[in-house]
Ligand binder design. Structure first.
Ligand SMILES: N[C@@H](CCC(=O)N[C@@H](CS)C(=O)NCC(=O)O)C(=O)O
Length: 271
């Protein structure tokens, strides 16, 4: 008999989307328990999960929490379309990239909350699509408070967000390199694909950042793996935070040319 799978989630969460895409990739049917962000933390603890975070699954009543635990569990449940290669060395590479991707997930979230503090429409644009009107209204009204709480929970300070943006060119180069090597973006998607692509996709709805990603292999990869991730963060980030992106010689500079030399360099704007 197929397992009974329940996903604890809220729409708009980057890590939840990673879990959903992996469930769909495996063809596993599941029910969702849709929670309100921030309040969800109390629900998760009350339900007996070890931490407050989503995504989490109950599989025939057994609790599995976090994207990296979920990817392993799904391979146990449905061996077809494996999320990890059978070859030991290749598996290790995917595991390492997936772990790196979870840190990248945290960075993406911090950058988002830095933006959401400056653009009141950003949080509702990501968190309300697909929800009932009472939930949409509640989320709209509570958005400033939830953004404040999430800032604290995820330590998404301006300082941290600026630092994350400083490292972003390096991260994008790494992702493009993994795509070129075939570690990401293969015929069969793996756990690292789902972990990483969702977060590049999330960065693509930041109007300040998207021009520096568009045109890169990472952008095409993100759209392939996570075609549907609604949201909008208007261009509200302090311009000096974007210096490292402008200074990086990327395929995705906004005017289509290498910006190195023509724009402030990372060093020029670094604290
Ligand atoms: N890194 C975790 C994600 C955990 C996480 O931070 N989830 C957010 C939702 S986007 C959350 O539940 N945050 C509230 C909290 O942990 O208190 C994973 O990959 O599963």
């Amino acid at each position: 008999m197929p397992a009974k799978v329940k996903l604890y989630m809220f729409p708009g969460s980057n890590s939840v989307l990673t879990a959903r895409l992996m469930l769909e990739h495996k063809g596993i049917e599941y029910d969702t328990v849709t929670l309100i962000p921030a309040v969800h933390a109390f629900h998760m603890l009350a339900l007996g999960f070890p931490t407050m975070g989503v995504p989490a699954l109950k599989i025939d009543g057994r609790r599995v929490q976090g994207t990296r635990a979920i990817s392993r569990e799904l391979d146990e449940l449905v061996p077809e379309r494996p999320l990890f290669p059978a070859d030991r060395a290749m598996r290790k590479n995917v595991e390492d990239a997936e772990r790196w991707g979870e840190d990248f997930q945290n960075a993406t979230r911090r950058i988002f909350y830095c933006g959401a503090r400056r653009d009141g429409e950003a949080f509702p644009s990501v968190m309300t699509p697909g929800r009932s009107w009472p939930a949409r209204t509640t989320l709209r009204v509570a958005a400033p408070l939830i953004v404040r709480l999430a800032t604290g929970a995820h330590r998404a300070t301006d300082e941290a967000g600026r630092e994350d943006l400083m490292l972003l060119p390096e991260h994008l180069d790494r992702i493009d390199g993994w795509i070129a090597d075939g570690l990401l973006g293969g015929v069969t998607l793996n756990a690292a694909d789902f972990q990483i692509a969702v977060n590049v996709r999330a960065l693509l709805f930041a109007e300040d950042i998207a021009p520096y990603i568009e045109g890169r292999p990472a952008a095409a990869h993100a759209r392939r793996v996570a075609p549907d991730y609604p949201g909008r963060l208007r261009a509200v980030l302090p311009p000096e935070w974007l210096g490292p992106l402008r200074g990086a010689s990327t395929a995705g500079s906004p005017d289509g040319h290498s910006a190195a030399g023509a724009q402030p360099t990372a060093a020029a704007v670094a604290r």
